[in-house]
Design a binder for this molecule. Sequence first.
Ligand SMILES: [Zn+2]
Length: 467
Amino acid sequence: MSTVSGRREARGLLVVGAAEVVTMAGGLRRGPAQAEPAIAPPGTAVACLDGRIVAVGPEAETWDALAAALAAAGGDAAAVDRLDASGATVTPGLVDPHTHLVFAGSREDEVAQRARGATYLEILAAGGGILSTVRATRAASEADLLAHGRRWLAQMLRTGTTTVEAKSGYGLDTATELRLLAVAGRLAAEGTIDVIPTFLGAHAVPPEARAAHPGDPAGATEAYVADVIAEQLPAVAAQGIARSCDVFCEAGVFSADQARRILLAARALGLAVRLHADELAPSGGAELAAELGALSADHLGAPSAAGIAALAGAAQGARPVVAVLLPTVPWFLGLAAREPARELIEAGIPVALGTDFNPGTSPVTSLPLVMTAAALTLGLAPAEALAATTVNAAAALGLADRGSLAPGLRADVAVWDVPTHAQIPYWAGADLLRAVVAGGRIVAGGATGARQQASRGTLPDGRPAGS
Ligand SMILES: [Zn+2]
């Protein structure tokens, strides 16, 4: 939004001509509804103003609604961008509810180690894995971390992501965790993608805690949990730089009891809670997520039957726990085990999908590629995968103002160069975006150069010039 002579310039956008408009209207999807995308009738247009959706409906009606909204906004310098979506599929902008965006370095060497038979936990125990990224991240400057974040956010935007969760967790001390969350906040402030910061101090036990408790890994873990609760969490809460708190709840990392103590402390400080649950083995994570009413339980590669039952029970309530599945992780780790996605959906548990973007187990930025993995390895239908990356992913972040196309919501829209949403996961790895609209602005276009193609004209009488 620019200012001209002190006046606010109201600026409208109309997305027209789509072959298919998937609105995802109707809120969180669970059970059979996960497969219901809410496809609008042919000829549906989407009108946006001031970063919000004004109307979704027949083109003439949306023009009228946009003209009225422009007039109400006093937009005497009014203008409208007209985005031609002919032959394309229009969906809500995608929401990535689980990433470790802010880190330094890369770990391609571990791919080769795993190919020779090393396991994830063996690499971690030998000082690699998360801890090698912690070393690189602690050594990185803020400018380095910002540049890294910008680079990968730009990649995400090019595959349709308009909101991304970003966890800390590669600092593992108060100062560095605060620095990582501050970087996420700066990326949110400057960026076109909305960045939602999550505090994940309990991601791994740092080397200095192990050094202070030689031969006593359990004591080191307990000491670090105490540090997270007594030092890190209060500092994070005092600065107001995280929306939620996450814990890596996994056998051999942090126990369900330790996760409970951290998350209860976080909640007492006003943070929402979520957790990495049962990624590699049943660890009580799903049960804990249900007990605490967490926003999400993530990974769920190996939940217990009791854990699934607990999440199913929570799903009947007013605030279900969203199961965030990350199917590129077992793929990248070469694991045979898969998240029991069909069992979760049949149990009525809302399912979301995320990239888990991180340097060790999923250096993946593309949600469409995650949708492909979900279709091929978890048995999700395209509509289920799309609900999982829009409305359900927004719910996993506690965000009610995005994830579907409806008046009043954020104007986050993806325009795909395919005639139906069913082709989004089908053309695996292809660049399918004609345009991405974030906060009402056209911010990215694919090979067809939509940003340049968008025509612009004034709206003196409620109708666009040249339409
Ligand atoms: Zn993760």
